[in-house]
Design a protein around this ligand. Structure first.
Ligand code: SF4
Ligand code: SF4
Length: 433
């Protein structure tokens, strides 16, 4: 699809955007690569294919080419130019085969943040109308429906009421004032609603003054993933104005990795002013409540291992929170590698939403299957609904029978409550709206 006018080619539109974004740290990164190739084996896409085109440094090429043109001494003779063929070749490399996981940066001797260059490159491709149509559609849904998966405010309101009735749990909605604004990912609302109930149970037991808001509930940011900054900003503005209206001091991101990374680490820059509240991932907030003695857990029996969502551990800094919350588990087993060097599930960075990337994504999941099997644990826990969706899909593809649970659901099931709750006796919810 060509989103540009007839007078500006796709290649020119992309090149213009590359140049507009080529400043500060990105330009320094583009200058710094010494082509050592160490990043290759850090990337899951290279690891499962051995195809050199998946070397992370190779993904820098279109932006590096546009950057070189700015330094070309004889510009009137041309110089390096981004071409239609470049766009054709790199679209798959910048969208379908980069989860923006940041693992390559961990090994790069120059500390190059390739994920941030991929994010900028996606903006250039998007400006040229190039990218996966299903990812772009999900991003546009944020503008037209308030959510990538079509959870409009009315749908959100109805689902909250339904969860309250079905699970006999208090889900405060649209309180005038509250200390904490709790947000959701529409992946949870549509596919894993029990994790929303679990968050509420944990917050209620701790006596937190919290609310949901129909004005700002969706924490995912598909505008960022699709390279559409105006949509990224729109999503952040909604959350910020909802939190400001109720005077929230803390905004909690649910089990969603990229939602956390975008708001916490890029939110102020995208918005153009400091965020007027603290942003915490639900695991960080629950760890804080546990440390303050406001929530307690029973001993968790059975062997389990933890998958670190890239944007929560490696790029998020909340690696220890999950382990602290799982310390009541009698048989916790770490994967190898683990923590900040754990492997990606293969579906981050919007890759899960790209149907054409499914085959490659399934291949990548073989790394995770081996990691889990090597621990011998019966169950894998994660704290990201997008990882969970990716892993459930890949599990089905490979007919793999290990259990997969959400961390907040496991914690809610093992919460020491003042009054016994019927929650655990309830059957699983239907997942379609
Ligand atoms: S950010 Fe992750 S997926 Fe992207 S190139 Fe680096 S290691 Fe590969
Ligand atoms: S490890 Fe860093 S310096 Fe080496 S090729 Fe990769 S991006 Fe370039």
């Amino acid at each position: 699809m060509n989103a540009t006018t007839n007078t500006v080619s796709d290649a020119q539109a992309a090149a213009n955007k590359f140049l507009a974004l080529n400043s500060g740290n990105l330009a320094a990164y583009l200058e710094a690569c010494i082509h050592c190739g160490q990043c290759a084996t850090a990337c899951h896409f290279y690891e499962v294919t051995n195809d050199p085109k998946y070397t992370p440094a190779y993904k820098l090429f279109p932006m590096a080419k546009a950057h070189r043109k700015t330094k070309w001494p004889w510009n009137w003779f041309g110089g390096p130019t981004v071409t239609e063929a470049d766009l054709e070749e790199w679209e798959e490399l910048l969208f379908d085969s980069c989860t923006m996981c940041g693992r390559c940066t961990q090994v790069c001797p120059m500390g190059i943040d390739i994920a941030s260059i991929v994010a900028a490159s996606r903006q250039a491709f998007s400006a040229a109308g190039r990218g996966p149509s299903d990812l772009f559609e999900a991003a546009e849904n944020v503008l037209t429906k308030g959510s990538p998966l079509g959870v409009t405010p009315a749908v959100f309101d109805g689902r909250v009421e339904w969860l309250e009735d079905d699970y006999e749990v208090d889900l405060p909605l649209d309180k005038d004032k509250a200390e904490v604004l709790l947000t959701i990912s529409s992946i949870e609302m549509m596919k894993y609603p029990k994790s929303i109930v679990a968050m509420a149970r944990l917050m209620n037991q701790a006596g937190v003054d919290w609310t949901f808001s129909t004005k700002g509930y969706e924490s995912t940011n598909f505008g960022f993933l699709a390279g559409k900054p105006h949509i990224a900003r729109h999503a952040i503005e909604k959350l910020v104005s909802a939190a400001e209206e109720i005077g929230a001091k803390t905004l909690i991101i649910p089990e969603c990795g990229h939602a956390y990374g975008v708001l916490r680490w890029s939110g102020a820059n995208i918005l153009g002013r400091p965020l007027p509240f603290e942003v915490l991932h639900i695991t960080e907030y629950l760890a804080k409540l546990k440390k303050e003695g406001k929530i307690k857990f029973k001993t968790i029996d059975g062997s389990l291992t933890y998958h670190d969502p890239c944007q929560i551990s490696r790029r998020g800094g909340a690696t220890d929170a999950a382990r602290y919350l799982l310390e009541d588990c009698t048989d916790f087993r770490e994967m190898t590698p683990t923590g900040n060097f754990n492997w990606c599930c293969g579906g981050g960075g919007g890759v899960q939403a790209m149907s054409r990337a499914a085959d490659l994504r399934h291949k990548v999941f073989q790394i995770k299957m081996k990691q889990v099997e090597d621990t011998g644990a019966d169950m894998m826990i994660s704290a990201c609904a997008n990882c969970r969706l990716t892993m459930d899909d890949s599990k089905e593809h490979w007919n793999w029978d290990r259990e997969l649970e959400s961390l907040v659901e496991l914690l809610a099931e093992n919460l020491v409550e003042d009054h016994p709750h019927p929650f655990d006796a309830k059957p699983h919810l239907a997942t379609n709206v």
